[in-house]
Design a protein around this ligand. Structure first.
Ligand SMILES: Nc1ncnc2c1ncn2[C@@H]1O[C@H](COP(=O)(O)OP(=O)(O)OP(=O)(O)O)[C@@H](O)[C@H]1O
Length: 323
């Protein structure tokens, strides 16, 4: 259950359930709310239900049960109202490759009923914001992956929507193009005052961009908060120790002994790996290693992992995010 305060929410999702043919439970009671003017990240592995959520919120799919509102409009009973206030950039590019960037933007504006000077000015403005000036009059067949994503996003906001959905916007881009796009997305939320729902399976992307995030797993929100808040809640580091061999008979014993040590909060032993949640990794590490060695267990590698969204993800889902 996600608690809400008195602030204004642009998106409210309550207990959404969606099952596809073949009994695939894409959403199993998903709830979250997004504050006006913020970037909200939905983080989850492939198949967690991120795209299904975006499809429902953009009126492209209907849930089996539950309710969702965008700017107060119900996605099921008021789909036209919802469509009039949103922009959406899906994983598949909507760019027409027979046209230039400028032509794509103009056509997209016309589809939204725009025209004349207002549309031309908006096209120029977006070409400037997205730094596509040099390429604007070239065929989009000559664009790089990063340029195409920029054009896709520019097309998604041509009509000045109040809400923007970005479904995995940087998948497949090289690090330089991803970083450039991150800067643009942050600027957009501030300059154009757009509320953005961003889905991603990149932890660094959500960490960098989101004011608030929800980790979703198997169609449900498992935890919600700002990246800073979630990392601070970990109150310490993770020590990851890998053994030479699998000491399966000894796992419970190793766990009990480590758990009794001062500064150790949680211990998980899986196969050849031990994960310890500790208050201060570097201070406690020598003691931990000494203890493990006294149990005649040979250590292959040791790592102290500072608080990060990877660790938050691991803590709440019990697994590493797999792409
Ligand atoms: N049209 C469909 N028909 C049947 N099953 C579907 C359909 N669309 C999605 N699914 C299934 O629903 C589950 C959730 O899929 P969804 O695409 O929402 O996840 P996702 O988190 O967006 O994943 P990805 O990061 O890979 O895009 C998956 O098991 C997927 O295979």
């Amino acid at each position: 259950m996600v608690l809400k305060d008195e602030k204004k929410y642009d998106i409210e999702v309550n207990d959404l359930v969606k099952t596809y043919k073949g009994s695939i439970n894409a959403l199993a009671g998903l709830s979250f709310s997004i504050r006006s003017g913020t970037i909200y990240g939905l983080l989850g592995p492939n198949g967690a239900g991120k795209s299904t959520t975006v499809k429902i919120l953009t009126t492209l799919s209907i849930p089996d049960s539950g309710e969702a509102k965008v700017l107060g409009f119900n996605v099921i009973s008021q789909p036209d109202k919802v469509r009039s206030v949103i922009g959406c950039v899906s994983q598949r590019s909507g760019v027409c490759f027979e046209s230039t960037g400028r032509e794509n933007l103009t056509l997209q504006g016309q589809l939204h009923g725009m025209g004349g000077k207002k549309l031309n000015d908006r096209v120029d403005e977006l070409i400037n914001i997205f730094k596509l000036n040099e390429a604007a009059n070239r065929s989009t067949l000559t664009y790089s992956g990063g340029m195409l994503r920029k054009l896709d996003i520019a097309m998604g906001i041509i009509h000045n929507p109040q809400i923007l959905f970005l479904d995995e916007p940087t998948t497949g881009l090289d690090p330089e193009a991803r970083s450039a796009l991150w800067g643009l997305i942050t600027d957009l939320s501030k300059m154009e005052k757009i509320t953005i729902l961003l889905t991603s399976h990149y932890l660094d992307e959500i960490d960098r961009l989101a004011d608030c995030l929800a980790i979703i797993d198997e169609g449900k929100v498992v935890v919600e908060g700002s990246p800073k808040q979630l990392k601070e809640e970990l109150k310490g580091d993770i020590i990851k120790v890998e053994f030479q061999k699998h000491y399966s008979n000894n796992n419970a014993h190793i766990k009990n002994i480590l758990q009794e040590q001062q500064g150790v909060k949680e211990v998980e032993v899986k196969g050849r790996e031990v994960m310890l949640q500790v208050s201060n990794g570097s201070t406690i590490l020598p003691n931990i290693l000494q203890l493990i060695q006294s149990l005649s267990v040979e250590v292959l590698s040791v790592e102290v992992i500072p608080p990060s969204l990877d660790v938050v993800y691991l803590k709440y889902t019990g697994k590493s995010i797999e792409i």
